[in-house]
Design a protein around this ligand. Structure first.
Ligand code: NAP
Length: 286
């Protein structure tokens, strides 16, 4: 049986559950979880992503503060603003939309966010906690992938999971999560030899490459579960993933489409992380 994994529907359910929970919290004590988002400069893709995050916060009942800073903002100015939000008890989650202008060091900025408000899960403290299996925040995209697998009863235990792409925001954390879910994990990259042969053995194949349609049918074992993280914009303006959907869906047992696969889950899990930050701040029973 073939399954089209519907990330949009799963994300909608998650957001509804969060909205219901927040409505009861609001009735109880009137407090509102708050997410602060920093965007520096005019990157068009970043603007689209931030707008999507703002829409989701409105939908679930999270208050959002978007700090739009000019392109020439200095690293020190940005870090000073983050420090203000770190010290503000009415703000529960903070994220800085990447990429930042080249004159700002993204890692120094990430480290400036208080780990207990780091809803993206990129702070080294949160990376470390995740890697030893006691996460405080799970980065949103890998968190979303694990939720999709869980929702569709795909248990990674004992399976061979092959991940193509070793970024800090997708590849490495999903490798860790799958390992903790008892999969055997191969984390691949641009220097991996025999990538096709390796991918072909995968029970779960995750593509996080950032190149349109690089994973074709020849890379996929019959019956494999294929998760496409890639978001690539083609010359005609259409979005496509890293997986050649039209050929791979003929061999995979389950596959995420692009759009409406992993993308909506990333935003839903950001809402979930903000809720979790708020619940921890308020003592788990706001
Ligand atoms: P990234 O930091 O650019 O990393 C890409 C990875 O792919 C690197 O590890 C690179 O290897 C590897 N790679 C590149 N070409 C390859 C090839 N031909 N064969 C094997 N590996 C290759 O990317 P990212 O930030 O993880 O994002 C990956 C994709 O996911 C992008 O399209 C991005 O837009 C998308 N994305 C989507 C979401 C979502 O919500 N759906 C969230 C985040 C990212 P090296 O390390 O050797 O260079």
């Amino acid at each position: 049986m073939f399954t089209l994994i519907d990330g949009q529907a799963v994300a909608a359910n998650i957001k509804t559950t969060i909205a219901e929970k927040l409505a009861t919290y609001k009735l109880k004590n009137g407090s509102v979880p708050t997410l602060a988002v920093f965007i520096v400069g005019d990157n068009p893709a970043s603007k689209v992503y931030v707008a999507g995050k703002e829409r989701a916060t409105e939908l679930v009942g999270i208050r959002s503060i978007v700090e739009r800073l000019p392109q020439d903002t200095t690293e020190a100015q940005l870090i000073a603003k983050i420090a203000e939000h770190n010290a503000d008890d009415s703000i529960h989650g903070i994220l800085v939309q990447l990429p930042l202008p080249t004159h700002i060091d993204a890692m120094r900025v990430t480290i400036a966010i208080a780990p207990e408000k780091d809803v993206d899960g990129f702070h080294p403290v949160n990376v470390g906690l995740l890697s030893i299996g006691t996460p405080q925040f799970i980065p949103c995209t890998p968190y979303g992938i694990m939720k999709l697998l869980e929702t569709y009863n795909i248990n990674p235990a004992g399976k061979l999971a092959v991940i193509v792409g070793r970024s800090n925001i997708v590849g490495k954390p999903i490798a860790n999560l799958l390992l903790q879910a008892d999969a055997t994990v191969a984390l691949c990259h641009s220097k991996t030899s025999d990538l096709k042969e390796l991918c072909k053995q995968a029970d779960i194949l995750i593509a996080a490459v950032g190149k349109p349609n690089v994973i074709t049918r020849e890379y996929v074992k019959s019956g494999a579960v294929v998760i496409d993280v890639g978001i690539n914009r083609l010359a005609d303006g259409k979005l496509c993933g890293d997986v050649d959907f039209e050929s791979v869906n003929k061999v995979a047992s389950a596959i995420t489409p692009v759009p409406k696969g992993v993308g909506p889950m990333t935003i839903a899990m950001l809402m979930q992380n903000t809720l979790e930050a708020y619940e921890r701040f308020a003592g788990n029973n706001p």
